[in-house]
Ligand binder design. Structure first.
Ligand SMILES: Nc1nc2c(ncn2[C@@H]2O[C@H](COP(=O)(O)OP(=O)(O)OP(=O)(O)O)[C@@H](O)[C@H]2O)c(=O)[nH]1
Ligand SMILES: Nc1nc2c(ncn2[C@@H]2O[C@H](COP(=O)(O)OP(=O)(O)OP(=O)(O)O)[C@@H](O)[C@H]2O)c(=O)[nH]1
Ligand SMILES: [Mg+2]
Ligand SMILES: [Mg+2]
Lengths: 283, 291
């Protein structure tokens, strides 16, 4: 290997470890590094150029590319469009156990209500202990009606009822909470497919825990494969999570990262700031 | 989980006619990749593999050529990090025995309190649970619903907002009703929430539990080490329980947590149901890991 090739290998290896230590999934770190290597193919690396600096400049472009989706989603705008057609805008919250789906749904409800929209909630987690009580407490705080059935009832029918209710009462938004599920559980993946088939949501949002390591990638991959993810929200960024999961999930789904959760209160939901994120991960 | 990624490394070792210096270097690279893909902390991965590499390189090449020797090195290094099997929690019959569960938001504490209750119930103890989570909506209802299925009492007070007071008062009530073991649930918290970390310290000081257990989500990545470290600083951490190992999570965060705190893993959660709970067997775990 030439000296420059060796220097490139070293810089790339260091970069890969930096990405992984910032919670970027191994496979995603590989892809990022391959993109950087490809961008240098055939280029003359001058003897006076710092290999490391070249790698990091290219990294910024690669990361920006990953975090720039094919189509941006302006949530308020999308809801207004549907509201003009007198149809409710339906959102489903999807993710593995404990990532913050129910809490994030409450934060979104609070945000949308502040922006003047009418909302109804569907308690489609009919499985977990006190899931319906937890959602009801939150929705009561925000001032939103919850459509609920009994535990063990069909989650898809709760969603259906909420949508019918929204149509009848001319409500702008339907928010559908779903039970946490492991992507390796075939039956639960069939269940979420059914909920989405019945609800025909305008937006399927993946709620992922920013503290997750490589699993964030598998979550994004499997949910995208089974139901198709339209947008992502990353939670618990206040826990000193480095945010690498943002890259893994964005790379996998190619969909916009809409918000990040930075705490347990309703206001702790902020729009994802791409430039701020890039500058902090490159730090 | 962690096993599946190491499995390939081990298979490669087994397929080699003999192991020389180049092969050792290649194996170390594979091992590093397997551990990193399983969410083990970067620094820890390098520390572990450096130890293995040193041992492998320094040993008489004749002996080092034996692949089972390399496998034993990896096995021993993993066991060293996981620690041996922790001795069972000392339950003093006729005395109050309190177990306190702590951990990050959403890690599975409340669910695990119920699983632990069932585990001790099956061993013939009189078990009760207490919820001191005054923050999360429905936390009390959640523990009640989980424990009523197995006929276990749940103590709580929806009118008390002070977690320390509720932990102490409700635990006292349970002791007066002659329960042998009282398992206490707490609200989720992470190391950046300084006030909540202090509250946890105060809860432990007031309860003086037999053991404090840190509940860790099986998906926890590179943050596992520093988060566990902070929990161990704020409490007399006794052991760890890893949850959600029934999914795609590889559980490497658990390795990091053990290294950071020096405590062992007692149980693992392998599902949402109350019986999806197993004692952690480090030798068996590493044995299955290395085939
Ligand atoms: N610190 C912090 N905690 C959060 C955040 N988002 C959610 N949480 C907490 O995470 C815990 C789990 O939240 P839930 O909303 O119950 O999560 P879930 O995905 O609905 O859980 P399941 O329905 O059981 O799968 C709760 O204690 C929340 O308060 C966040 O951005 N920061
Ligand atoms: N698949 C699976 N899910 C689990 C396991 N343990 C807990 N869960 C689920 O993880 C989610 C969170 O569990 P909780 O018990 O509410 O977690 P927690 O730590 O008490 O959450 P907070 O009180 O909000 O901090 C729920 O959906 C549980 O059913 C497990 O071993 N496997
Ligand atoms: Mg929920
Ligand atoms: Mg809880």
């Amino acid at each position: 290997k030439t000296l420059t090739e060796k220097k490139m290998d070293e810089a790339i290896n260091d970069l890969k470890l930096l990405l992984v230590s910032n919670d970027v999934a191994m496979d995603t770190a590989d892809e990022i590094c391959n993109k950087i290597i490809d961008s240098f193919k055939g280029e003359q690396i001058g003897r006076l150029t710092s290999t490391k600096k070249m790698v990091f400049d290219t990294l910024k472009d690669v990361i920006t590319g990953i975090l720039t989706p094919e189509n941006e989603v302006d949530l308020l705008d999308e809801i207004k469009k549907k509201s003009k057609k007198n149809e409710p805008y339906v959102i489903v919250f999807i993710g593995v156990n404990g990532t913050g789906k129910t809490t994030t749904m409450a934060k979104i409800a609070y945000f949308l209500k502040k922006n003047g929209f009418s909302i109804v909630a569907a308690a489609s987690d009919t499985f977990r202990a006190a899931a319906i009580e937890q959602l009801s407490y939150h929705m009561n705080n925000v001032g939103i009606r919850v459509i609920k059935h009994s535990y063990k009832s069909d989650p898809a029918s709760v969603a259906y009822d909420a949508i019918e209710h929204a149509k009848a009462k001319n409500i702008d938004v339907v928010l559908i909470d779903s039970a946490g599920r492991q992507v390796s559980d075939k039956n639960l993946m069939i269940e979420i497919q059914k909920i989405c088939r019945i609800a025909q949501p305008d937006l399927k949002i993946l709620i992922a825990d920013s503290l997750a390591g490589n699993d964030a990638l598998y979550q994004a991959r499997e949910f995208d494969k089974h139901v198709g993810i339209d947008a992502n929200i990353l939670t618990k960024l206040d826990a000193d999570a480095r945010g690498g999961a943002a890259l893994s999930i964005s790379f996998e789904t190619k969909k916009p990262l809409l918000f990040i959760g930075v705490g347990q209160n309703y206001e702790d939901l902020i729009p994802f700031d791409r430039d701020f994120f890039i500058s902090s991960i490159l730090d | 989980k962690l096993g599946r990624s190491l499995d390939n490394t081990i298979r490669k070792i087994r397929r080699l006619p003999q192991v020389d210096k180049d092969a050792i270097n290649a194996l170390i690279q594979d091992l590093q990749r397997a551990l990193l893909s399983a969410d083990v902390k970067v620094e820890l991965v390098f520390e572990m593999t450096e130890n293995i590499k040193k041992e492998a390189m320094n040993t008489k090449l004749q002996k080092a050529r034996r692949k089972d020797f390399i496998i034993k090195l990896i096995h021993d290094e993993l066991i060293k990090i996981l620690g041996g099997k922790p001795a069972p929690i000392r339950i003093k019959p006729g005395k109050k025995n309190v177990i306190l569960l702590v951990g990050i938001q959403g890690s599975g504490k409340t669910t695990t309190v119920a699983k632990l209750a069932k585990y001790y119930l099956a061993k013939g103890f009189k078990v009760a649970t207490v919820t001191s989570d005054t923050w999360r909506p429905g936390a009390y209802e959640q523990l009640v619903q989980l424990t009523e299925k197995i006929g276990v009492r749940c103590f709580g007070n929806l009118n008390e907002k002070n977690s320390i007071k509720i932990a102490v008062k409700e635990t006292k009530k349970a002791i007066l009703e002659a329960f042998d073991i009282i398992i206490v649930d707490t609200a989720g918290r992470h190391k950046e929430e300084k006030e909540l970390m202090e509250e946890m310290t105060k809860i432990e000081q007031s309860l003086k539990p037999n053991e404090v257990i840190l509940v860790i989500d099986g998906t926890l990545g590179q943050q596992a080490y520093s988060q566990a470290e902070e929990f161990a600083k704020a409490t007399n951490l006794g052991s760890i329980i890893i949850t959600k190992l029934d999914g795609t999570a590889k559980g490497g965060g658990a390795l990091s947590a053990c290294a950071a705190t020096g405590v062992g893993i007692r149980f693992i959660g392998i599902g949402e149901k109350i019986d999806e709970f197993e004692e952690f067997e480090p030798i068996k775990f590493v044995g299955t890991l290395l085939g």
